[in-house]
Write a protein that binds this ligand. Structure first.
Ligand code: FE2
Length: 239
């Protein structure tokens, strides 16, 4: 993985100093990768408990903090989109939840084969640099239906912009008209043009802001053993 200004790299240590990592996450200007992270749920949970409050979801391993993202089929159907081999367009996780966690950790236990399953990211700050004030206002004003929620793609939280976008959910729970579909097609094109790829190695834990960064992934082979452990959390308020 190449060093870049938007990427902060750490090496895992038994008693990691989490304060700097928390500050990096608070600032929200970068992706954080911790290399050589232990490949188990217990370490992942206890590490993230140092920097935030995790979401416990029913479908997680033992109903706790960690979800295994891997190809899983039952009667020839994938058990969820996360358990498929499909590519995911750039999105926000939990866009339809009452309260959206502001950070995500992905621990690569088993990478996909060469040239597949890369993770894609787009920083909201790249988008804000690219679009006009008028376009920002449009994205702040228009609300989209996300299951039981109505949310705009851009919002202002505590004086700063945040992003919430999940086209699959938007299209699953409402009938979009032609203009809306065109608008989202244009947005997807723009998001993709601003995105970049990261291929995680075994033992890489990537931490990123769910409210300031969109993420997605490339397609993987149907027989791939790729395994990513996902943990969603709200970072501690450091201020
Ligand atoms: Fe996701």
């Amino acid at each position: 993985m190449e060093a870049a200004e938007w990427l902060i790299n750490y090496n895992w240590e038994k008693n990691q100093d989490c304060e700097q990592i928390l500050k990096n996450l608070q600032a929200g200007n970068s992706l954080i990768v911790i290399s050589n992270f232990p490949l188990n749920d217990t370490e992942l949970q206890s590490f993230v408990h140092n920097i935030g409050i995790t979401l416990k979801e029913k479908r997680n391993n033992n109903g706790k903090d960690v979800f295994d993202v891997k190809i899983t089929r039952q009667n020839n159907f994938f058990t969820s989109i996360a358990n498929s081999n499909l590519s995911f367009p750039l999105h926000t996780d939990c866009a339809d939840f009452d309260s959206i966690p502001n950070a995500i950790g992905l621990l690569c236990v088993e990478p996909a084969d060469e040239n597949q399953g890369s993770n894609n990211f787009m920083f909201l700050k790249s988008l804000l640099k690219k679009i006009s004030q008028n376009e920002k206002q449009k994205l702040l004003n228009k609300k989209w239906k996300l299951r039981n929620q109505e949310r705009s793609i851009l919002s202002i939280e505590n004086g700063s912009y945040a992003i919430c976008y999940d086209r699959i959910t938007m299209e699953s729970f409402s009938e979009l008209n032609n203009d809306e579909i065109k608008e989202l097609n244009e947005l997807d094109k723009l998001f993709n043009s601003l995105s970049f790829k990261i291929k995680l190695d075994k033992g890489d834990l990537i931490l990123f802001r769910n409210d300031l960064i969109l993420h997605g992934r490339d397609k993987i082979d149907i027989n791939s053993n790729r395994l990513i452990k996902r943990i969603r959390f709200n970072i501690y308020d450091f201020s």
